[in-house]
Structures are given as C-alpha cells and as structure tokens.
Write a protein that binds this ligand. Structure first.
Ligand code: R5P
Length: 299
C-alpha cells in the first residue's frame, strides 16, 4: 500500500510491525510519552499530508490509551492526514450498553461518540454486541467488524481430539454456535443463575454423552476470569475432563490468567487482539486484508 502511514500506540508494536510488513506500509514516526507530571506529549515526525494514517491501538485498559490516541489522531489530521483509520482489535466499553440501575452512565454510547469525533474509520474484531446488533447504532463513522470464529474452529480442529464446545452463558451462544458449526463439533450452553449482584451459579445440562470429549469453553472476553472459573467448577462437578478455555480477547484483569490455570484449565488460548502469552490464534492477515479492502488507496 502506498500513500499510507501506519502508527502505533505504545503496547501494540508487535501487531503494528506485522501489519507494516504485510501491507508494505510506511512506518509512522511519532513520539508518545508522558511528562513527569503525567500529562501526555505527542509529536508526529512523519509527513502525512494527503496520506491515509492508520493507527493501531487495542483498547484494553482504555482509559490510559484514549488521550494519547486522541492527541495523535487529531495531530495527524492537523498535518493533513485523511482518512485517519483506527485499527482497534479489541474495542472497549461495549458491555455497559444500558442503565442497569438508575443514574448509571451508558458508557458504550459515550465512548462511541468520543471515538467517532476524532477518527474517520474504525476496523475491529468481534466487538461485544449483546443488546445491539450493529456498531452503527452507536458509531457515526464507517466501521468494519471482522469475525474470528472460523480461525478459532481451525485451531480446535488442529489441536483437540473429540471436542465438545461449551458456552458459559447465553450471551456466548452467538460465538460458540459459529465456532462449533465451523469445527463440525457439538456444543452446549451452560445456564447462569444470578442469585445476587455478584454470585453466579451454573446449572449444567446433560453431560453424560460427552464424558469422553474434551470440553472447550468459548467466550468472547476473559476479564476477571470469573465466568470461566465458575464454568470449570461446574464441569468438574459433573465429572468432565479439564477444559481448554478459549477467549477471543485476552483482557485478563489482574491475576485472571493465573487464577484460571489454578482453577483447573487444561490450557488457555486467546487471539492476539490483545498481546498475551496465551495468544495462539493470529489475526494479522485478517486485519491486513480488511485494511486493504477499506483503504482509499490500494496498490
Ligand atoms: C459477558 O457478557 C462476556 O461475554 C464475558 O462472559 C465476560 O466479559 C467475562 O467476564 P469475566 O471474565 O470478568 O467473568
């Protein structure tokens, strides 16, 4: 791709460098650092006049990244870049999509409004769309949503004998059913029973017929790990083998990964939408293809 400069928000260098190679794109030069008082400093060194600027920034721990991202995108525009495309493999603030109790902020809407105000296009992977069916309901810019279910299925077929796919709750069914269909494997969904604000119990459907299978828990996000851990416990209770846990987005708040392993996960596998040692399904080529497709200038 010519006439396109690719920038990175710190923390995304591995994916960004891979995209630069795949796209034959010009690496963008920018300094992004903090002053001693914590304020953010941004300086763009590349010439971006009348070029497309791509910014790679996965938005886990989003509050630390949003200001550097805003300063960079806005500065690129001031120096004549157009369009400014955000490649955001993990899109944050998708779960608070309604007021669960009076007075709460609907952060998914406000965050969408904020991003839409300073980038021109956005490319993301499997955003958490639960009560909404499309990002267009909250984003006013052009958005491209990519899915990784076929790649997760491929990983399962290549690595697991006799899998049975399990979704930890009804929200996960949209991902689990697709992965199961592509992997040509059976699937079932556990039932969450919300007894109070934080206590979750799981009732396990009939598992007798799957006792010889390897259970594969699949969810879009692993954050605290509690959903997966509760599921592992429930599977243990009915005498299933130790499960492989697959999450698309490795958010892993604090010690979530270690807690999952300690709880009895046979293996934890994620996509590299967020860089983590558990990454085993790689989205680089999928993203590169979409960047080319949606670019204004394609070689
Ligand atoms: C929920 O709606 C999502 O699909 C995940 O199940 C959830 O984000 C997992 O969170 P945690 O790891 O904190 O239980």
């Amino acid at each position: 791709m010519s006439n396109c400069v690719l920038f990175t928000i710190p923390g995304n260098e591995v994916l960004a460098n891979s995209l630069i190679k795949l796209l034959h794109a010009e690496p963008g030069e920018a300094i992004i650092r903090h002053f001693p008082d914590g304020e953010t400093y941004v300086k763009v060194n590349s010439n971006v006049h009348e070029k497309e600027a791509i910014i790679v920034c996965s938005l886990h721990q989003p509050d630390d990244k949003i200001l550097p991202l805003y300063f960079l995108a806005q500065t690129l525009k001031e120096f004549g870049a157009f369009p400014v495309t955000l490649v955001v493999p993990y899109l944050a603030y998708m779960q608070q999509d309604k007021r669960f109790s009076n007075g709460e902020c609907i952060s998914s809407e406000l965050f969408a409004r904020l991003l839409s105000s300073f980038v021109d296009k956005l490319i993301t992977i499997d955003p958490h769309l639960h009560r909404r069916t499309s990002l267009d309901e909250i984003y006013s810019i052009h958005t491209s949503v990519l899915h990784v279910s076929h790649m997760v299925s491929k990983w399962i077929n290549e690595n697991i004998e006799q899998p049975v796919l399990i979704g930890p709750d009804s929200e996960s069914e949209q991902w689990v059913s697709k992965v199961a269909a592509d992997a040509n494997a059976p699937y079932t969904i556990l039932e969450k029973d919300f007894k109070s604000n934080s206590v979750v119990t799981l009732s396990v459907p009939q598992f007798e017929e799957y006792k010889k299978h390897t259970p594969v828990l699949v969810d879009d996000i692993i954050a605290t790990g509690n959903t997966m851990i509760e599921s592992i416990e429930a599977l243990k209770e009915v005498g299933m083998k130790a499960p492989v846990c697959i999450g698309i987005h490795a958010v892993f708040a604090e010690l979530a990964y270690d807690r999952l392993i300690k709880a009895g996960a046979e293996k934890v596998v994620t996509c590299n939408t967020i860089a983590h040692p558990s990454n085993a399904v790689y989205i680089d080529e999928l993203l590169a293809q979409q960047i080319c497709k949606s670019s204004f200038v394609i070689d």
